[in-house]
Design a protein around this ligand. Structure first.
Ligand SMILES: [Zn+2]
Length: 351
């Protein structure tokens, strides 16, 4: 399983060098973009269609750019590869990266292989040493596969390192089903509920006031704080759940399909990602009918459709069991994840 370890860079003088490298990366990226747009235009004008330039082709086209911009050729390789991946996923040229102005892209400098050295918690790139915060407390667990320098909205720089780690063997055989909800963050199959802390709501007015007053930097700081608070909360919950249970079953709700403020605030997708990498055995099941089926007898008699959305509690018409809507769903999700009749393809095992 691949994990990313992120460390803040200690050096106070690192910024100018990193900004310079980030500028170079943007030039390479934009060159790839222009190349791709040109290809697309020619196709639209009726040119015979060929395969798009692979990242090898792009790297070949960028030959010599490393020496010109003073960045490592392998960084250029990393940019070309990421570009090709983003393009193939979107099926068209991605956006240009802006180096200046209010809406400039946040700095990003990928590195791999020989382009960097990591020793005793110090990353060396192009002859400059970068010292990392918290590397003693949280050492790098295995050999680093790749990584990048990244900048956040406040102009702080970090090093992200990708490492391959073994999934920990299960220490128990407990399993739990989780229904991600709107009212509370999650309902659990053991009947418990986890309330969403509503961190954004708490700071909403303060944030609005700062934005009205034009205090951009202060507002950005508050945004960063909200993000950190939310991540901290989700980390605590997911660590607790995965520590107590070997099998974690989650419904495949699509957060973007239900995007509302409370959904975004609850941080569903990051919560699910945390569960996926922390769990011994993470399973996602099709959520369809999990709110309608009775978890005691299996009859499909629960609240349905738009009209049923407001019903929080219901009684099963065939067996008389009393259900909390979300806890019932969590129990169904757990049952689906554990049931042997289901073919393995129906749930996605995250590697
Ligand atoms: Zn029933």
């Amino acid at each position: 399983m691949l994990l990313t370890y992120k460390y803040r860079i200690k050096n106070r003088n690192a910024k100018s060098a990193l900004r310079r490298h980030a500028f170079a990366v943007n030039q390479v990226w934009n060159y790839c973009c222009a190349q791709q747009r040109d290809t697309e235009l020619r196709y639209r004008a009726g040119a015979p269609k060929r395969k798009w330039a692979s990242h090898y082709d792009l790297q070949r086209l960028c030959k010599g750019a490393g020496a010109m911009f003073g960045i490592h050729q392998q960084t250029i390789g990393g940019v070309c590869r990421t570009f090709a991946q983003a393009r193939d996923k979107a099926k068209h040229a991605p956006a240009f990266r802006k180096s200046y102005g209010v809406r400039r892209s946040l700095g990003w400098i990928p590195f791999e292989g020989q382009s960097r050295q990591i020793k005793d918690g110090v990353v060396t790139y192009l002859g400059k040493h970068y010292y990392l915060w918290g590397i003693k407390r949280r050492p790098i667990p295995a050999t680093v596969k790749g990584g990048a320098f990244v900048e956040d909205a406040l102009g702080r720089w970090y090093v992200c390192l990708t490492v391959e780690v073994e999934r920990k063997p299960a220490t128990n055989d407990k399993a739990i089903g989780i229904d991600l909800g709107l009212k509370s963050l999650a309902a659990l199959s053991d009947g418990r509920k986890i309330e969403a802390p509503g961190i954004y709501r708490r700071y909403e007015q303060q944030l609005a006031a700062l934005q009205r007053a034009g205090k951009r930097r202060h507002a950005k700081r508050l945004h960063a704080k909200i993000k950190a608070c939310r991540a901290d909360f989700l980390h605590k919950v997911s660590t607790e759940l995965t520590g107590q249970n070997a099998i974690i079953a989650v419904g495949n709700v699509n957060a973007s399909a239900l995007a509302s403020k409370s959904v975004l605030d609850a941080g569903w997708s990051s919560f699910r990602k945390m569960l996926a990498y922390k769990a011994n055995d993470y399973r996602e099941v099709d959520e369809k009918f999990t709110t309608q089926d009775c978890s005691a007898c299996g009859a499909r008699c629960g609240p349905k459709g738009q009209k049923g959305l407001g019903i929080r509690e219901w009684e099963c018409a065939s067996c008389g069991a009393n259900h909390d809507r979300d806890v019932n769903a969590a129990r169904n999700i757990l049952a689906l994840a554990l049931s042997a009749e289901r073919p393995a393809e129906e749930y996605r095992r995250v590697a």
